[in-house]
Write a protein that binds this ligand. Structure first.
Ligand code: ADP
Length: 539
């Protein structure tokens, strides 16, 4: 079958191409989250490793400085004589300088450090053993070793000339060493331009400070293990990212596949292919969606089958009276006004057929309105249904009496309020009374009753008629269902009510349910039938 479809509905515009793919969005979200977590972890681990490494290096360097100091102050090592020689020379120059200043008649106090640098640079004396020691110790420990006099002037350096090293007395680690405490500093070495970590230790014999051992280590060397570890971490992060991305793509593909199948199937169904269903492969939300889709298609199929049956039944019901009318009008035409008795009979039958067609058309119209909810457009009212029931009984009284039936009405003058459309309830009750009168043989009885229960109002329509066989009971509310077709064709009391086509009870059921009510039936062949309508009381 081909259900009209039009064009496939368009998706809202996507600002970025990746917004069009759930799979890509999933992979991206997964990847970005994972990457952010790994970067944070790497930074955290890197910082811990860096500070641990720096602490260890500071400690090592301090020990190296102390060991250098110890080696230099050892009386057996003989370095003492070189310190002594330097100090003797320095005192000589100080004396020279003082006599020169005296000659010039002016002295600048508080400038001793600068003077010391000037003197050291100007009067560099060869201290080969200290120089040797600094070079050897530096090679052994992988550091740069500088030996300073107690003022901070360089005496020997493992790498540079004393002039290049310059005055060190104002460096924090040197001042700390002289004060007998430990301090380390990271700074750029102006001579090499490299970041260096420095520590210093005093060289002293008894209480006399001979000098200071200053050791420095390139920060690059200190942090090399950290760098290597970080490199390995980054490599591991990238590998993990690649693996995660692959996993995310795989998971995304698995997730998106059933959705794509659903999309295809939905489009096929929209084109009219109601044979489509999708596999329900998982127990998750996607599985539930597939399940719901299959259920929807099943339901759609059943509805369309029902519609077909309905149309076939409706056509059949329309065709029968139309054929009868057609046959009779042809006979009337051939009679040409000869047999007036037959003509009168046929005209009456044509009239009956036309009435039946009118009722059928009205019933079909009612059904269409009920299916389209058109009847429920006005809001339900809170009403006492009692007067509505009494009116309905009055309307049917003459017809009941005409059929030789006793109509009993047991409806109290007041009933608790219920929320319903009164005209719909009246139509349903008229329909039930019409059936009761139509199917109950003369001499029988029909009863309309209403009673208030604790939480509902019950309306019943009962008769002493032939009853309905148990096998038919489950189907009597189906459209076009008739128990005994010949029984149904009798004339109805009211146009539009009970066409005899098996539509009356299905209309009644829809009316009652649209008013939040329920309908039940009890019947046994030969014992009559009771239809009970119940409506909840207002809270
Ligand atoms: P119809 O318009 O043919 O009466 P309904 O839908 O009203 O169709 O009823 C369906 C069938 O139920 C009828 O064909 C009839 O056989 C049976 N039926 C309905 N009401 C009664 C009743 N009060 N007593 C016996 N049979 C009934």
């Amino acid at each position: 079958m081909n259900i009209t479809t039009g064009e496939t509905p368009q998706l809202p515009p996507a600002r970025w191409p990746w917004q069009r793919s759930l799979q890509v969005r999933l992979a991206l979200a997964y990847g970005i989250l994972f990457l952010a977590a790994l970067i944070a972890l790497t930074i955290w681990i890197g910082q811990i490793v860096y500070s641990t490494q720096l602490n260890a290096a500071e400690h090592d360097l301090q020990v190296t400085a102390f060991l250098a100091g110890n080696a230099l102050e050892d009386p057996l090592s003989g370095y003492e004589s070189e310190f002594q020689r330097y100090q003797d020379r320095e005192s000589e120059h100080e004396d020279d300088g003082r006599s020169q200043d005296d000659e010039n008649g002016k002295e600048e106090p508080g400038n001793t450090a600068a003077q010391a640098v000037g003197l050291a640079n100007a009067q560099i004396i060869a201290l080969p053993r200290l120089q040797q020691m600094a070079a050897a110790y530096a090679t052994d420990t992988g550091t740069r070793v500088t030996i300073l006099d107690p003022n901070g002037n360089p005496l020997a350096d493992s790498l540079l000339s004393e002039a290049e090293v310059g005055f060190q007395g104002d460096q924090p680690e040197v001042m700390a060493a002289l004060a007998g405490v430990e301090q380390h500093e990271v700074r750029t070495d102006p001579a090499t331009g490299k970041q260096m970590l420095y520590a210093a230790a005093p060289i002293q014999q008894n209480d006399k400070v001979l000098g200071i051992a200053q050791v420095g280590k390139s920060l690059d060397a200190v942090l090399e293990p950290t760098r290597q570890l970080l490199f390995s971490l980054v490599a591991a992060v990238l590998l993990a990212l690649a693996a995660t991305s692959a996993l995310a793509v795989w998971i995304g593909r698995r997730l998106v596949k059933p959705i794509r199948e659903l999309e295809e199937a939905a489009l096929a169904v929209a084109q009219g292919d109601l044979s489509r269903s999708v596999p329900v492969a998982t127990a998750d939300e996607v599985g539930a969606l597939a399940n719901a889709f299959n259920h929807m298609v099943d339901h759609l199929r059943a509805m369309i089958a029902q519609q077909r049956v309905f149309v076939a039944n409706a056509s059949h019901e329309l065709r029968t009276p139309l054929t009868n009318i057609k046959l009779r009008t042809e006979v009337l035409r051939t009679l040409g006004g000869e047999d007036t008795a037959l003509a009168t009979k046929y005209i009456a039958e044509i009239d009956t057929g036309a009435d039946r067609l009118t009722r059928l058309a009205n019933d079909l119209l009612d059904l269409a309105r009920l299916d389209g909810d058109a009847w429920a457009l006005s809001p339900a009212e809170k009403i006492d249904i009692s007067p509505v029931l009494l009116d309905a009984a009055n309307m049917m009284r003459m017809r009941a009496e005409g059929a030789g039936l006793k109509l009993t009405v047991d409806v109290p003058p007041r009933l608790p309020l219920i929320c319903v459309h009164s005209e719909q309830i009246e139509s349903a009750v008229l329909n039930l009374l019409d059936n009761a009168i139509k199917y109950t043989p003369g001499g029988g009885s029909v009863r309309l009753a209403a009673v208030a229960q604790s939480n509902l109002v019950e309306i019943s329509v009962s008769d002493s008629g032939p009853g309905i066989p148990p096998a038919d009971l489950p189907n009597i509310f189906d459209r076009f269902y008739r128990v005994d077709k010949s029984r149904s064709r009798q004339r109805s009391a009211k146009p539009g009510v009970g066409s005899g086509a098996g539509l009356g009870l299905s209309i009644v059921k829809t009316l009652i349910e649209q008013n939040d009510g329920a309908i039940t039936v009890e019947s046994a062949p030969g014992k009559g039938t009771v239809f009970v309508l119940s409506f909840p009381l207002l809270a």
